[in-house]
Design a binder for this molecule. Structure first.
Ligand code: NAD
Length: 421
């Protein structure tokens, strides 16, 4: 791997998209740097009475198109650079889907699996206390990400409401339904990807009963497996951080999910599934029509990209492919449906949640699914057409599509809004 940082590598996509558009250099200069990133330490009382401090960040990358929007990750390897890169991707993801949001992201460097529930609650509340002036329904709206969930969002929304003295559910999305969460948010990321694959299946050369391998079996991976299997496809391999299993005739998805919910690791369920345990990286090389990375960043790089047999990759994870891997896969004729389109169902239903909170009127599941389907099909088709017309990858097309919208908004503000003379 080169010395380039994750953000440097993300910015390559920006430069590449800009080369296809006639865009003012000021626009590119503005989008190369985050608007603001705040770093702090959260000091928490542990159950045994001791105190521990945890590094935490919140980045508001760009708010040209609206309040910044993006999840909060609790992970032991989180860094400021990762937070800023994820916030950059959110900026483009919201523009891809034409949502009236900019991009943001937050993280705490912590292994939440080492905390008790009450320690986790204190940490979540401390995060909101620290960033109470950064977040807000018209300023910056967090959501769940890796190792955070609806329960964490509920605590955070409650803490914010206590600080400002109003019930303010629109400050955060991905909340429990009882606190103003939206129906359909839990499977929205996977559902958006599933609608996209189904809509473009003919163009992608995927049969109605294709085979699927899924890397990462958390929220995004499990819901994708469930939706895809229910649509007559065969899930042949899945993995989690403990390892991978493979069964060419197909895995029993409902049983796997029940096992995960009971706290079991994927490889421990091989025998009851009639599956083989395989090394984690070998999941990439199994015979499958569709590969779905749904774990973390940079999982597919130049060392393993060449082994991929799937003809289509759906990036449910953010940034699972390095640019080197992208180049290899393009050369091998693999179509990559990029993260900023493939996993944007999550932020789209988060947007629906924000809208419902603000209007105080809640939609049924049917309406949520119909609205999501419409946006995914509309933006997915537009991006596919850009890729075909310009002869570029779907990733480049998605960046071109989003950058056009961002540039229009930046120019409409007037560049003097951003640069002092
Ligand atoms: P999650 O924590 O629920 O699941 C992550 C899964 O990845 C877990 O099963 C974990 O065991 C697995 N994993 C970790 N390291 C692995 C490895 N080396 N090999 C195989 N599996 C590994 O997280 P999630 O919410 O499903 O998010 C997964 C990805 O999707 C992340 O990149 C996240 O940013 C992205 N994403 C999630 C959402 C959402 O709404 N949940 C929205 C957009 C993007």
């Amino acid at each position: 791997m080169s010395d380039d940082t994750l953000l440097d590598r993300a910015l390559i996509r920006l430069e590449e998209a800009a080369s296809h558009l006639n865009i003012d250099q000021d626009v590119i200069e503005k989008l190369k740097y985050p608007r603001e990133t705040t770093k702090t330490r959260l000091l928490i009382r542990m159950d045994d009475g001791s105190r521990k401090s945890f590094l935490a960040w919140r980045c508001r990358y760009d708010d040209t198109r609206g309040p910044t929007k993006g999840g909060i990750r609790f992970h032991p390897d989180s860094t400021i650079e990762e937070v800023e890169t994820l916030a950059f991707w959110m900026t483009f993801k919201c523009a891809v889907m034409n949502l009236p949001f900019g991009g943001g992201k937050g993280a705490v460097r912590v292994d939440p699996r080492q905390l008790s529930k009450s320690e986790l609650e204190r940490l979540s509340r401390a995060y909101v206390q620290a960033f109470a002036r950064t977040v807000g329904p018209d300023r910056d709206i967090p959501a769940p990400d890796v190792y955070t969930n609806a329960m964490v969002m509920g605590w955070m929304a409650d803490e914010y409401s206590q600080i400002v003295g109003d019930v303010s559910p629109a400050v955060i999305t991905g909340k429990p339904i009882a606190l103003g969460g939206s129906l359909g948010r839990n499977d929205a990321t996977a559902r958006g990807g599933f609608y996209l694959v189904r809509h473009l299946a003919r163009e992608l050369g995927l049969a109605r009963d294709h085979t699927v391998a899924i890397q990462g079996f958390g929220n995004a991976g499990q819901f994708y497996a469930r939706l895809s299997a229910a649509d007559n496809n065969t899930i042949v391999a899945v993995s989690d951080s403990s390892g991978a299993i493979h069964r060419p005739a197909g895995l029993d998805v409902a049983r796997l999910i029940a096992g995960k919910e009971a706290g079991r690791a994927v490889p421990d369920m091989a025998a009851e599934q009639g599956a083989h345990v395989i090394p984690a990286d070998e999941l990439l090389a199994v015979e499958a029509d569709l590969l779905v990375p749904a774990a973390l960043e940079d999982m597919i790089d130049k060392t393993n990209a060449g082994s991929i047999k799937a003809k289509v990759i759906l990036e449910l994870a953010n940034g699972p492919l390095t640019p080197d891997a992208d180049t290899i896969l393009n050369a091998n004729g693999v179509t990559v449906l990029p993260d900023i389109l493939a996993n944007a169902g999550g932020v789209t239903v988060s947007y629906f949640e924000w809208v419902q909170n603000r209007q105080g009127f809640y939609w049924d599941l049917e309406e949520i699914h119909a609205r999501l389907l419409k946006i995914v099909e509309c933006e997915g088709r537009a991006i596919w057409d850009v890729a075909c017309e310009r002869g570029v990858s779907v990733r480049s097309a998605a960046y071109i599509h989003a950058l056009g919208r961002l540039a229009t908004a930046i120019e409409a503000h007037g560049t003097q809004s951003f640069f002092s003379s």
